[in-house]
Design a protein around this ligand. Structure first.
Ligand code: HEM
Length: 408
């Protein structure tokens, strides 16, 4: 089946298998990321280049808060990229601010944070609940067995992005189809290219529609309120960034998060008995699962000493989020899923100027999505042995490809 995914093609060709493949424990860091060798260590890439792996929590936060490390991987040649520097520069986009440094980054990010208002988040929260309830009830109406990924985990965040961008109901099927193909690892490169071009054209039409007829959505707000105004090209890039950053991540947290709860029955029982645990549960699942894997990296713009290691200018630094989020200096028994754990900052949403802009919305989706699943599907359990649940460890964002479940 189709599984949405970002920048997947390069991962297996660049990263050695032992830092990518999870082995027997689908929830824990791959063996190659685990302990030993210090918090910063060289990582030989399959393309012959050397990157630096940061597995320590403090060292990771230092990198993400230090302006000597750049997110502009297209300007500073990034060793984890498959493309030659020339091709990378040509691919630079006007609005993809996740790959920009301040002050360029600051202006675009500020335009967007101005739109993530408390009022808008409240409105979205009630839509998230309606969407979640609608999908769980459709599962119930269809029987007592379903694949949670296509039935719930993928459509929920996709429809939330539709709300955010103000996509008309009539266009949502087209939007979801193009997203599925354009971001899918199982599509051919040609199919992906065509679907992405289609998605780009879709966003262009959406931006001009919002220019002509503003509504109460975030994209309309961005089109009309940003000061100085954003160009259409920037707006299209920002809309595509919201889609790629917000869809696959949340979908995989819903799917893998449910799998993790089902595999920890005592924790699941505690959560069912005490719904007040949900906020803590979401934080702990984010830490414990760290689905972003090796997706956060930076390039050193000058020589830097980090964790006692001298990094040369131009070094690519890869944050090993799954391991940094289990740093024993920060969490007692870090390998245990403990929903009652005292709340401590984690790196699942990154850190510093690029820290996830959608984290408030992501938390709403996870809290409400998991809450409605558990309360409306009593006796929810896996419909296959856990070893048969297919994981996606070849993707930038980790998760499950499908999750067959059943309920009473
Ligand atoms: C950035 C994780 C959901 C929008 C990030 C970063 C991480 C992350 C780790 C930092 C990347 C870096 O520093 O290189 C997640 C996870 C999510 C999630 C785990 C779900 C559980 C969302 C949602 C949205 C969103 C729902 C919006 C609808 C963004 C944007 C950025 C970002 C726009 C770039 C921010 C910047 O560069 O200033 N996310 N994210 N994310 N995220 Fe999320």
């Amino acid at each position: 089946g189709k599984s949405a995914g970002v920048s997947t093609a390069g991962m297996r060709r660049i990263l050695p298998p032992d830092v990518v493949e999870r082995g027997r424990d689908p929830f824990g860091p791959p063996p190659g990321l685990r302990g030993g060798g210090g918090p910063v260590r060289p990582l030989e890439l399959l393309n012959g280049a050397t990157a630096w792996l940061v597995t320590g929590f403090d060292e990771a936060r230092t990198v993400l808060a230090d302006a000597r490390f750049s997110a502009d991987k297209l300007r500073h040649h990034d060793a984890t990229s498959l493309r030659p520097p020339q091709a990378q520069v040509a691919e630079r986009t006007d609005g993809a601010f996740v790959f920009m440094d301040p002050p360029e980054h600051t202006r675009l990010r500020r335009a967007l944070t101005g739109q993530f208002t408390v009022r808008r988040m409240r409105q979205l929260e009630s839509r998230v609940r309606e969407i979640a309830v609608e999908h769980v009830e459709a599962m119930r109406a269809a029987g007592t067995r379903a694949d949670l990924v296509p039935a719930f985990a993928l459509p929920l965040p996709s429809l939330v992005i539709c709300e955010l961008l103000g996509v008309d109901y009539a266009d949502r099927a087209e939007f979801q189809e193009r997203t599925a193909v354009g971001l899918s690892a199982s599509s051919t490169p040609q199919e992906q290219l065509e679907a992405r071009a289609g998605l780009h054209a879709f966003m262009r039409r959406l931006v001009s529609a919002k220019r002509a007829n503003p509504a109460d959505d975030l994209l309309s707000g961005l089109v009309h309120d940003a000061d100085p105004p954003l160009t259409d090209t920037q707006l299209v890039d920002v809309a595509l960034l919201l889609l790629t950053a917000g869809h696959e991540t949340t979908a995989n947290m819903l799917g893998l998060g449910t799998f993790a709860l089902l595999e920890h029955p005592d924790q699941l029982a505690a959560l069912r008995a005490e719904p007040g645990l949900m906020d803590g549960a979401v934080e702990e699942l984010l830490r414990f699962l760290s689905i972003i894997q090796l997706g956060v990296s930076r390039v050193a713009t000058e020589p830097v000493t980090l964790g006692g290691v001298d990094l040369p200018a131009g070094a690519t630094v890869v944050i090993a989020t799954p391991e940094a989020n289990r740093d024993p200096r920060h969490w007692p028994g870090p390998g245990t899923l403990d929903l009652r754990r005292a709340r401590t900052p984690h790196l699942a949403f990154g850190h510093g100027v690029h820290q996830c802009l959608g984290q408030q919305l992501a938390r709403i989706e996870l809290r409400i999505g998991l809450g409605e699943l558990l309360s409306r599907l009593p006796g929810l359990r896996l419909a296959v042995p856990a070893e048969q649940v297919p994981v996606r460890d070849d993707m930038l964002v980790f998760g499950v490809r499908s999750l067959p479940v059943t309920w009473s």
